[in-house]
Design a protein around this ligand. Structure first.
Ligand code: ACO
Ligand code: ZN
Length: 367
């Protein structure tokens, strides 16, 4: 383990791993570091003076692949100026910020946008077709031609300022590829499938209810993808809420929508594993709230009833009950326990926006 202490403030030293080294324009060395034990989205370039090396012998420089016959060609990462192997390039964040509509947000991870574009380390996106470009000027020119104001595909839900569109990766290849590139900036834990053909995409948008339908603009908030044919009972492959909309309850709404579709399909389902750290937190919270809702509304229910009413798999129901200490056994008979602190938290969530199943205009396409 390469052990370096980073951060100039002595009080807040953090062990870090050096992923890459580059020379900045003013000829100073900079290090791309990963903080040991922290999520990769915190990885960053730091100046040499922020690095405290415990013992020079502890430095382990970025590994070079041992290739006895053919040396792996080194590519010059244009966005960093560092000489890196292909493997190393993917570990280094290539884009730092994205501009989308009124928002400017930091990217979290590497995404394979074209090298030339990533040079400036920031990109500008058309918030309707998700096409990427370099400057606001480019966007202005783009919008003169691009007249779309909503994702392509069928609108399958619309109520109270919230709408869902269903897109087929094969039919809407441009949009869904752009979406995959965008979401890779915030998803690191699994290989993102650039082969979009085998997926359906459910894009969640918000719109201004005051506007007439023909004038409405539908702004993307997040989405989830779903394999057209799954052998593992998954109802979500990847789920994402764009950072500018996170922690407002949209993640739970997306998850709820995925279960609403499963309910229509008459199956119990689960998201594809592994879940990211934030994915796990969100699913746990969603499952807990959903199970509490059912327990509070029903007089007598079994675990299988909860599964049937929610489309959450028996395994996920049991796991959620156990991790919240909600399952007790007396003389071989199981019963549910509703603890005060859980109920208090649940009362707050009642005010949050809920989906209305009546407004889902959808029949399962692959049944
Ligand atoms: N810190 C602590 N708890 C969190 C955080 C966080 N940063 N984010 C979500 N949670 C928990 C909370 O309990 C929250 O409920 P509460 O606010 O009522 O307590 C719950 O998760 C859900 O919060 P939402 O506001 O509904 O979720 P959000 O809109 O932020 O979206 C999501 C969650 C989709 C996971 C988002 O963080 C995201 O897109 N992350 C990047 C991509 C990702 O990791 N996706 C999941 C991959 S797993 C998979 O694809 C199957
Ligand atoms: Zn566009």
């Amino acid at each position: 383990m390469p052990v370096l202490s980073n951060i100039n403030n002595e009080q807040k030293k953090k062990a870090a791993e050096i992923i890459a080294i580059r020379t900045s324009q003013d000829k100073n060395e900079e290090y791309y570091v990963h903080y040991v034990g922290f999520n990769k989205r915190l990885d960053e370039w730091v100046a040499k003076d922020r690095i405290i090396i415990a013992a020079p012998s502890d430095i382990e420089y970025p590994k070079k692949k041992k290739t006895s016959k053919k040396e792996e060609p080194k590519e010059k990462a244009p966005e960093t100026g560092a000489s890196l192997t292909t493997e190393e390039i993917y570990k280094v964040k290539n884009i730092e910020t994205i501009e989308m509509g009124e928002f400017k947000v930091d990217a979290w991870y590497f995404s394979p946008y074209p090298f030339e574009l990533a040079k400036n380390r920031s990109i500008v996106l058309c918030e309707y077709c998700l096409f990427y470009m370099q400057t606001q000027e480019d966007l202005k020119r783009h919008r003169e031609k691009c007249k779309i104001t909503r994702p392509p595909g069928a609108q399958i839900y619309r109520k109270d300022g919230l709408s869902f569109f269903e897109l087929d990766g094969q039919v809407h290849a441009n949009y869904t590829r752009n979406l995959s590139l965008l979401s890779k900036l915030f998803l690191d834990h699994k290989t993102l499938y650039y082969d979009v053909d085998v997926f359906l995409f459910y894009v969640m948008c918000i719109y201004d209810v005051e506007e007439k339908e023909e004038d409405r603009k539908y702004r993307i908030v997040g989405y989830f993808s779903k394999e057209k044919e799954t052998q593992h009972g998954y109802n979500v492959a990847c789920v994402l809420v764009l950072p500018q909309y996170q922690r407002k309850g949209y993640g739970k709404l997306l998850i709820d929508f995925s279960y609403l579709l499963s309910k229509r399909e008459r199956v119990a389902a689960s998201p594809e594993k592994p879940l990211s750290d934030l994915g796990l937190l969100s699913y746990r919270q969603y499952w807990t709230e959903k199970i509490l809702e059912i327990l509070l509304e029903s007089k007598s229910v079994s675990i299988n009833d909860i599964r049937d009413m929610s489309s959450i798999t028996t395994e996920d129901v049991i796991h959620t009950l156990q991790s919240n200490n909600m399952l007790m056994f007396y003389n071989g008979v199981s019963s549910f326990v509703l603890r005060e602190e859980l109920l208090e938290k649940y009362q707050k969530t009642k005010k949050q926006t809920k989906l209305d199943p009546e407004y889902l205009k959808w029949t399962p396409p692959y049944m």
